[in-house]
Design a protein. Sequence first.
Length: 53
Amino acid sequence: MWTAAWVATLIWRTFHVFYSGSGATRLMLRLGFTPQILARRVAERDEQAVAQW
């Protein structure tokens, strides 16, 4: 998962341009990126096999 602080740090290290966490979030949204949350389980999970286990 990418956090706003991590993106801001990456921008600084790559381009030497400072963004705050909120600024990095606004930049990512303008570029078409949306916040993503990790799923806690595999998308291809076989519920029937799990139930048998």
